[in-house]
Design a protein around this ligand. Sequence first.
Ligand code: SF4
Length: 431
Amino acid sequence: MKSSNNTTPDALLDEGHGKPIVCGGCELLCEDLTTQSIQSGTGCVLADNWFAHGELQPESMIDEKNTPLTEAIGMAAERLLSAKRPLITGLVSTTIDTIQIACALAERTHAAIDANASETSILTAPTAVRVGDVTADFEELRDRADLAIFWGCDPIADSPRFIERFIQPVPHNGVRRTISIGPTPALPPSSHDLHFPVAENQLVSLARIVQAQVEQKATNRPSGALESIADQLKKSIDTAHCIGFISTTTEQTGLVSWSLSHLIRSLAHQKPSFGIRLNAGTATGGGNCAGASTVCTWRFGSPGAIPYASIAGSEFLPAEADAQRLIERNEVDCMLIIGRIPSRIEDLLTRSPQPKTVIHVSDTFPLSQHKNSIRLGCASLSHSTEGGMLRSDGRLISLQPFATSQQPSIQKVLNDLLDQVAVKTRRRSTP
Ligand code: SF4
């Protein structure tokens, strides 16, 4: 990997090629990479993509023209305050303190705020699933679970190193077996790694049957094949000492997660059992989904899909006021995208029939410029940014910047934007 245009080339050498670094490419927030491994290729496509963006030269522009950053920030504040319906999105490639500044901006401008995480685009999932969920962190799965059950998920697609880091190591109590339930096996099938091909629309029924067996209740016996799989699953569960269920939040009804939560809760009364939920990582643009949803929850009472941000209390409208739907319905006229742009948002804006004002604060700008766009360039998010991100199991991970930058940090750019919004708001309200 080449050194970044906006970094001091000697910084890498000064600090040593083997310095440990953190990857923010997906929610695993891997801490076991080094500067040497990113230069030679990490073996993880998402990570290589995350670090490659440090090579681009940030720039500040207004309406296709290069502009000094302070001037572009002033114009961005003006356009945010003039918008009828602003939306703040992105967020997940940035740190917790950056997201807090974004929330303050959302309050000041009465903006909608949503990080475009899959859970806020699902009507039922965020509320139904979290009631009484039994969870654990990834290391508990790695160290304790002698049976890992992948429930309708393909972790390799969204969190490429999940298997390598948390399933392949031998647990403290001996050998680990895995079972994949769903269309795709998480591991190549073998005597220790079973795969039961179950259609997505049968995952809820299967969870309900296994739960009934665990609780020794009668079932409606809907399908011989499904019941046979449930019997085999129950046998494996009976012989295990500690069971981890791994699922994702990608299915649209939320019922798979709901039924799995109930199964895990029933099992947890009998033996150590817990769920690990992985978010869809590839489309979000970064690994701090948990940080974005947690900060929004602290501040506004909900993880996202907030139509108007207010510290006095905000509505929570999943699958209604999430970023994707607000853009699809052309309900926003100005967007502030903070950090790397999620690919779903990029696709929507590329084919959006109605042009919007797009203010983008980032170290890379894949969107083409148009007459209503403002770019605010900042230091590399992957090479030069300090701060913390939250892993989806709640563990705080501190980034390890390894290169200095001539550009201001994203926190500084956003703080300056917040100051400008405050100044211009005062001016507007002064008679
Ligand atoms: S699995 Fe995710 S966090 Fe880990 S190296 Fe790959 S992209 Fe980075």
